[in-house]
Write a protein that binds this ligand. Structure first.
Ligand code: PEP
Length: 253
């Protein structure tokens, strides 16, 4: 299966419903007529998901959530399930973003439970992982990333692998203005693909889209996406303005 090029925007804790409608409309206008194979995804906060789905209908822009719980229903205050997201037209979901891991205590085990739950339904999971600065400086990037991939993807059924999307986000590059060089990022993407190949075979790994995230801007998006194993980008700050996000979409091959 051919890899999909994906440009996804993670809005984090930003945008009211009115601001969401406006940003999606601006994006639609800026992307109208663009002949690109890239799939464009916006991930607003939970309160704006329905508004985004409505504003994005028939635009080709898909909507993703920033989080999901692995249970379908029950006494889990503050959580939402994949069934709830699917019911309002959400198509993608971020799992294991570094802010979920570091600020909200999400573990590799939680990430795995979320992924297995999502794969039982129809959402496309974007599994986020990456090393922190101390790990990179200690030369541990390879071991950390390999371990995260193995833990996140444990027990995934082989026929679900083509639906997986992975986002490599070195934590030291998120929101800091520091970007991994394209070559550095591509090396880790190859490592991720190699780990998936060890788990599920080379053909399956070849079909998995692996996105890069961490201070992606219009200025660096094209060189990142020109790398052999970088199949798109996950964008934080620069996805909050239609102009910069659209410029990143235009940079996709
Ligand atoms: C992110 O939060 O996934 C991200 C990559 O943020 P930024 O682009 O702002 O570094």
């Amino acid at each position: 299966m051919a890899r999909r090029t994906i440009v996804a925007g993670n809005w984090k804790l930003n945008k009211t419903t009115d601001e969401t409608r406006q940003l999606v409309r601006e994006l639609r206008n800026k992307l109208a007529g663009l002949d690109s194979a890239a799939l464009v995804v916006v991930c607003p906060p939970m309160t704006s998901l329905e508004t985004a789905v409505d504003a994005a209908s028939e635009t080709g822009i898909a909507v993703g959530a920033q989080n999901v719980h692995w249970e379908s229903s029950g006494a889990f205050t503050g959580e939402v399930s994949r069934e709830m997201l699917e019911a309002i037209g959400v198509e993608y979901v971020l799992i294991g973003h570094s802010e979920r891991r570091t600020l909200f205590g999400e573990t590799d085990g939680d990430v795995n439970l979320k992924l297995l739950s999502v794969l039982r339904g129809a959402l496309t999971p974007i599994v986020c992982l990456g090393e922190v600065l101390e790990q990179r400086e200690a030369g541990e990037t390879e071991a950390v990333v390999r371990g995260q991939v193995r833990a996140a993807l444990a027990d995934v059924a082989p026929d679900h692998v083509p639906r997986l999307v992975v986002a490599y986000e070195p934590v030291w590059a998120i929101g800091t203005g520091k970007t991994a060089t394209s070559e550095m990022a591509n090396d880790v993407h190859r490592l991720i693909r190699g780990t998936i190949a060890d788990m599920f075979g080379g053909a399956a790994a070849d079909g998995v889209s692996i996105l890069y995230g961490g201070s992606v801007k219009p200025e660096n998006a094209d060189s990142l996406m020109a790398e052999s194993d970088i199949d798109g980008v996950l964008v934080g700050g620069a996805s909050l303005e239609a102009e910069s996000f659209a410029a990143i979409v235009r940079a996709a091959p």
